[in-house]
Design a protein around this ligand. Structure first.
Ligand SMILES: Cc1ncc(C[n+]2csc(CCOP(=O)(O)OP(=O)(O)O)c2C)c(N)n1
Ligand SMILES: [Mg+2]
Length: 190
């Protein structure tokens, strides 16, 4: 059975330490509830941009882990970003891909290829250092400590069901520029 995305995020929250997190699409409202801190910056309007936003943060702060919570439809729309991330080779970036097979946020239309697209192969083909698929919560919990300390960039394809809320039903939350200001203040102590 597919994981509940909220359960996967909860497990990541418990293991993340002081990692900066970049949720997007349906991981955004869930993450706000699970980890209402200032070390996260959501990517909602900029579809497909989460890993690029995460890449910039990871390059700027190589001392920090950066965790991206991407959507499968979003990544497909900006597939070239896999090569951009791989080319920049940030050792501190972990790219979680929430594979639910649909564009849930915009009405649950099926993504191109349905559930059949293999993002693990794609990430490896692009040059990620490693990529794995995980379908069970217990396996995710068991492997998180090593995934979060391994050398990146890593892609972790998580097989999930649908989230309880979407940005359309739950709202967008704190405006992007305010999230950025808060994150900046946390990171540079300004
Ligand atoms: C360029 C662009 N096209 C379309 C949209 C509309 N849109 C917003 S969310 C979304 C679906 C996102 O799907 P996915 O990345 O799989 O995340 P999920 O909602 O399933 O978590 C779409 C098509 C957009 N924001 N930007
Ligand atoms: Mg999706």
């Amino acid at each position: 059975m597919a994981m509940k995305p909220e359960d996967a995020l909860q497990a990541i929250a418990a293991a993340r330490g002081d990692a900066v997190c970049v949720p997007t699409m349906t991981t955004s409202p869930a993450w706000r509830t699970i980890a209402p801190d200032d070390l996260s910056v959501g990517c909602v309007g900029f579809m497909g941009g989460a890993s690029s936003l995460g890449l910039g943060l990871a390059l700027a702060r190589p001392d920090r882990r950066v965790l991206v919570f991407d959507g499968d439809g979003s990544l497909l729309m900006q597939l070239g970003s896999l090569a951009t991330v791989a080319g920049a080779a940030p050792r501190n970036l972990v790219h979680f891909l929430f594979k639910n097979g649909v564009y849930h946020t915009s009405g649950a239309q099926e993504i191109p290829g349905g559930g059949g697209v293999d993002f693990v192969l794609m990430a490896k083909g692009a040059g990620y250092r490693a990529a794995y698929a995980i379908g069970e919560l217990s396996e995710l919990e068991r492997r998180l400590p090593s995934l979060l300390s391994a050398e990146g960039p890593i892609l972790v394809e998580l097989h999930t069901g649908l989230a309880d809320k979407t940005p359309m039903t739950a709202g967008m939350g704190t405006p992007f520029h305010q999230q950025v200001e808060r994150l900046r203040a946390q990171l540079i102590g300004a």
